[in-house]
Write a protein that binds this ligand. Sequence first.
Ligand code: CTP
Length: 436
Amino acid sequence: MLTGKRILLILSGGIAAFKCHDLIRRLRERGASVRCVMTPAATKFVTALSLQALSEDKVYSDLFSLTDESEMGHIELSREADLLVVAPASANILARMAQGLADDLATTVLLATDKAVLVAPAMNVRMWLHPATQANVETLRARGVAFIGPNEGAMACNEYGPGRMSEPLEIVAAIEAYFMGRLPASEPPSLISGPSVIRMAPETMGGAIAHRPLVGRRAIVTSGPTREAIDPVRYISNHSSGKQGHAIAGALAALGAEVTLVTGPVSVADPAGVKIVRVDSADDMLAACRAALPADIAICAAAVADWKVRNAAHGKLKKVPGAAPPALELVPNPDILATLSASGPQRPALVVGFAAETENVVANALAKRERKGCDWIVANDVSPATGTFGGDRNTVHLVTISGVEAWPTLAKDAVAEELARRVVRHFDKGGAAAAS
Ligand code: CTP
């Protein structure tokens, strides 16, 4: 998609500069060429040598270099680019851009360019939220500069909030969107609109709870993918690792619950203290969940295949020379979460589903909670840039009848522990049917 596109990557000073190594790799593997310009501050965080090795091009940083200026003047640098990307963009370079300063090569190129500019800010949360920075951002936006990020999360300076540079794949997606004629969203993600979302800072998570408060409670947890047979040797499945579901089962067990973990094929270790039921297909998973009833809690974290193959072959499908490949007819699988949510007198008092979404995470999760009839939805963004599938961290929203909470990015174990704590508090409050 980026074949032949020429990106001029301008790095300013910030710890996020290290992410530019990956950004350059990602751009180059998509066919773009990348030429780097560094501010003097950027050279304190990454070396010109590493950028040069990855971009396979000369790196420019000195406005007054006679050789550079004779080979490739600052006007030429921007003329030869299709898009200028400032990443990381510090508060300082945003201020200099807004002022129209040209006091180093980077800002001189930015002032001299007639090309589009995409900016990925990265700075301390207070610097980002400072009225001076916000005014500079507004000025640049009004001049047509596009922004990607910053993201919200834990920062190198031990603070939390908006200010983290967007991940390399998010920046790549914004660049691709630019070349497809769509500029990236002009609203920074820190200003989310729509249903009211309470942002949970890390220090508001956790908290003391009694020793093994879930003793006497039974829980069913589904985890991992399902496999839907095509024939005895082939199947349809997905990338779910089971890390999140297994962590939840372990966290509930650690708090004293009697847990049945119904899991598709995964390679993560069994959590301690839970009964494991291993299944392959969605039909088997549903049967195992039904067999584990009654239960007080059901948490469906499995990535159940939505479809199975009608009439899977009993013997291996053989290739017949010259014949067309077999046409697979797919039929829907049972919805385990919806079935448990509607299981009448056997319905667990608290039914929790997950929502794996790649866009409109909150809106889709709100709709999914209604549609599936569960009490809570843990919505996670599984778009490739997040690395959620198979990764160790997760950024989730907890959707309940009382509203939507945006949790900070946490290790999957920490998401599981926090969810288990919420389960405890829910039952402490009496576990009202309309779970809050
Ligand atoms: N789920 C389930 N049985 C299915 C499909 C999904 O139990 N056959 C559960 C998942 O474990 C998860 C929730 O339903 O808790 C939502 O799964 P998700 O894949 O996000 O949603 P889908 O039902 O596939 O809906 P869509 O395709 O619209 O995203």
